[in-house]
Design a binder for this molecule. Sequence first.
Ligand SMILES: NCCCC(=O)O
Length: 247
Amino acid sequence: MAQRTRRPLIGVTAGTRTMMSGAWAGHDAVSVNEHYVRALREAGARPVIIAPQDEWSDEEIAELDGLVLTGGTDLDPAAWGEDALVTDMTPDPERDAFETALYRAARRSDVPVLGICRGLQIIVVAEGGALHRHLPVDLPGHPTTGERPTRVEAEVEAASDLALALGTRAEVTAFHHQGVRAVRGDLRIVARHDSGLPLAVEAERGSSVLGVQWHPEIDGPSGAALFESLLTAIHHREVSAPVGSLV
Ligand SMILES: NCCCC(=O)O
């Protein structure tokens, strides 16, 4: 079999941030935390940033080898039929719609997906699930409040791809106050916190989908293992695809 001559091309979703100072104060910037880019590069991938203001066709998304849905602002609760709360971070409906569409297109083309924090939540809601809007009220035993990064223990399902990368127990860095309440579609919960909150999901069928409620891009070796597992999923997809079926 021919060896790959280029790094896998991985789409990385960006958000929009209003610049607060300087000559362009008040203008919006496309924004993505550099940790994602560095983590993917270190895993051997070629990250390409996808801006919410852009439009990618299904054919263009199918050209990606993988997709990372990054962390960021809260999802608008209207997406699962609830009202907004005063505790919500500033919503970004354009980004919600853009990432949901990207995720669905990636699934249609069997492009492996890694969802991180907000990215996990996009996956869950895109599949018809629902979120807790504010964990300090909905699940007071859960330690993350969204105010600062917090170390939490994740209990990982032994029979999961996540356990192959992390083992069955991992300490991870989380930073969220929305959280998974109900999972639908072909997702299954593969990690939880002691509070009962789901911390990771995988897809049961089709291409690789992993969503984690924490931030592997700042979690050192255990985080690097998750980006490497995305590369492994990409490799498996390539070697199992009929010749000529991948773009
Ligand atoms: N919605 C807040 C979660 C934080 C994050 O995704 O980085």
